[in-house]
Ligand binder design. Structure first.
Ligand code: NI
Ligand code: MN
Length: 222
């Protein structure tokens, strides 16, 4: 599995024979690593429909004839606009490449009436990547430490204000217990500026979990 950080909460994941963009917001993202029209994908995973996540989902889906995997309410809204979408919901899995996408709770607004925000575990090429979406800390994250799944790499929001901040994300890291944590959803604009280096030092000294601070455009092979 190869995980590329595209800036903010946007990732590009390759593995198990598929290319997946998660929450691709590139147009208007001051830290975007690529242009939306340069992204080649088979699937898009959308955690929720706030603008800093759904950003370029519709044009990328159309340009690539890609299927958007998201919660049902958002899937119906996308289908009404002629976009291919697979609706699922919290607790469900759907086959993806040689593995699956698991829809996991996130505590946050869905960005659409009646919906629910989500995070996703993507299992591809025998490795698991957990994208927490936008969320607070919640104790059911412990389920990802060997009860419903195990996580190799976790992307966790640390920017505070809209999501958990670095202190709570450090607890999340310990509860999920992945091999590697990638911080996300910080430093895109002043309201979510935090010291990612302090987060890294804290997590690595408390738990021994590796924290990889990726600059937009940087990749991690696992
Ligand atoms: Ni949000
Ligand atoms: Mn957000």
């Amino acid at each position: 599995m190869r995980i590329t950080y595209l800036g903010h909460a946007s990732f590009y994941v390759e593995g198990g024979g598929v290319r997946v963009a998660v929450d691709p917001w590139l147009t208007g993202n001051p830290r975007a690593a690529v242009k939306a029209e340069d992204l080649k994908v088979d699937y898009i995973v959308l955690t929720h429909a706030h603008d800093d996540h759904k950003g370029d989902v519709i044009p990328i889906a159309r340009a690539n004839d890609a299927t958007v995997i998201t919660t049902n309410e958002i899937a119906v809204w996308l289908q009404e606009q002629g976009v291919k979408a697979h609706g699922m919901h919290l607790g469900g899995k759907t086959p993806l490449g040689d593995g699956y996408a698991r829809c996991f709770p996130a505590f946050h607004g869905s960005g659409i009436a009646g919906g629910h925000a989500a995070g996703y575990v993507l299992r591809l090429g025998g490795k698991t990547f957990y994208h927490a979406g936008d969320t607070c800390l919640f104790s059911d994250m412990k389920l990802l430490n060997g009860i419903v799944d195990t996580v190799d790499v976790a992307a966790l929001p640390i920017g505070d204000n809209y999501t958990m901040g670095p202190e709570d994300a450090a607890v999340a890291a310990q509860w999920i217990n992945p091999r590697i944590v990638i911080p996300m959803h910080y430093n895109t604009f002043p309201l979510i500026e935090v010291d990612a280096g302090a987060f890294k030092r804290r997590v690595e000294s408390e738990s021994g979990i590796r924290v990889e601070i990726l600059e937009p455009g940087q990749s991690l092979h696992v």
